[in-house]
Design a protein around this ligand. Structure first.
Ligand SMILES: [Zn+2]
Ligand SMILES: [Zn+2]
Length: 393
């Protein structure tokens, strides 16, 4: 007899009796079916023989009040077919990690959900779960979501980076394998019958559920509380994880890394990790979405006469921009494909803003040249338009 049988086989159905059938009703049903499918009466009929075996097996369990009780509790606990202890142990939505709970051979949630049961049936149902009464069902629990922060350099944020992240989260206590019990044999919480939740009627036919106060929602209560975790079954665990931050994150962005949060309990999935990213400013470059920005000083003659201007890029060789003659101060030009990496692998642009600088500390020759320029442009009033406009309004 295996747990799998207990969970998957519906002996009541086999005998065609209701779940609350009396012993006499079960006996009567069994006798009738046994006569009908007895091999002596069905010579050479394999199907009948198979059926007879099923009937006998069902009677072995349901006809014995102790076995019947264990069977009922096992089915109540693991759900009617909701739990499938297949080779992967991960079928259905309920994957009970016995290795964890009982501190036995560590099967783990992924590999050996079924292995954890092997042979230990009597202990499991005779010891732990019998105390909980019927209607017991231990729920898997999703791990906590964890929030963390990371500070990246400007370049790391643009290119993406793998950074170490030290996190603390709740994990099963190592000393008691998460049972909360010194001997690894907690009992099912009598208040919530292992569900971790209690219903509270509202009188209108509705009921609300609250986390069970007695077991703090765990469904289990330590008989002899673990000294390390004081019976909670949980411990703080610190771990350092390498986290990949995608290219193109910006300052203040919160990114979600699915399944990188706290570990789940009793086969529940892990929580998520949220990382708030801080990005250090760069002394030269700025960000505007996928584009990078840079301000480049040009002198008056470059702006007036035009010319080629070398512009630095982030992490690459400089690019040369052609400055048209008569470029005004503050004009922005675009160096295509020299910006931040986008999700699809292409790059944004580098937006280059020119800043016309005023020369100081002129040499005699430069001063003479500028005086000559002033003479040459004496007839032009740079504020003529300003005054015109001021009058007009
Ligand atoms: Zn409880
Ligand atoms: Zn403990």
């Amino acid at each position: 007899m295996s747990t799998k049988d207990f969970v998957e086989k519906d002996y009541y159905k086999v005998l065609g009796v209701p779940k609350d059938a009396t012993d006499a009703e079960i006996k009567k049903a069994y006798r009738k079916l046994a006569r009908e499918f007895h091999p002596d009466a069905n010579k050479g009929d394999d199907k009948a023989e198979e059926r007879f075996k099923e009937i006998s097996e069902a009677n072995d369990i349901l006809g014995d009040s102790k076995k019947r009780k264990e069977y009922d509790e096992a089915r109540a606990l693991f759900g009617n077919g909701g739990f499938r202890a297949g080779p992967g142990g991960a079928g259905g939505n309920f994957n009970f990690d016995l290795g964890d709970l009982f501190g036995g051979a560590q099967g783990g949630g992924q590999g050996g959900g079924a292995g954890g049961f092997g042979g230990g049936l009597g202990d499991v149902f005779g010891g732990l779960f019998n105390r909980g009464g019927t209607g017991t069902r231990v729920q898997p629990r999703r791990g906590q979501d964890i929030e963390s922060e990371v500070t990246l350099s400007f370049t790391e944020a643009v290119d993406g980076a793998t950074v170490p992240l030290r996190m603390s989260s709740q994990a099963p206590c190592k000393a008691c394998s998460g049972t909360g019990d010194k001997n690894g044999t907690p009992r099912v919480c009598p208040t919530c019958l292992g569900t971790g939740q209690v219903s509270r009627g509202t009188g209108g036919g509705f009921s609300l559920t609250d986390p069970c106060v007695d077991c703090k929602g765990r469904g289990l209560i330590a008989q002899d509380p673990c000294d390390v975790c004081k019976g909670s079954g949980r411990a703080k665990s610190s771990r350092t994880m390498q986290v990949r931050i995608p290219a193109g994150v910006s300052d203040g962005q919160r990114i979600r890394l699915r399944g990188k949060g706290g570990p789940g309990e009793r086969g529940g999935p892990a929580g998520d990790l949220y990382v708030v990213v801080h990005v250090d400013a760069h002394p030269v470059f700025g960000r505007r979405g996928d584009n990078l920005t840079v301000t480049v000083p040009v002198d008056f003659t470059e702006a007036a006469l035009g010319g080629e201007v070398k512009v630095p890029t982030l992490g690459g060789p400089p690019v040369t921009l052609k400055l048209p003659a008569g470029t005004p101060n503050g004009r922005t030009m675009r160096a295509r494909g020299k910006g931040a990496v986008r999700k699809d692998g292409t790059r944004g642009d580098l937006l280059v803003t020119v800043e016309v600088t005023v020369p100081t500390g002129l040499s005699d020759a430069a001063r003479d040249a500028l005086e000559a320029y002033r003479k040459a442009t004496a007839g032009q009033d740079p504020r003529a338009e300003l005054f015109q406009a001021a009058k007009g309004a």
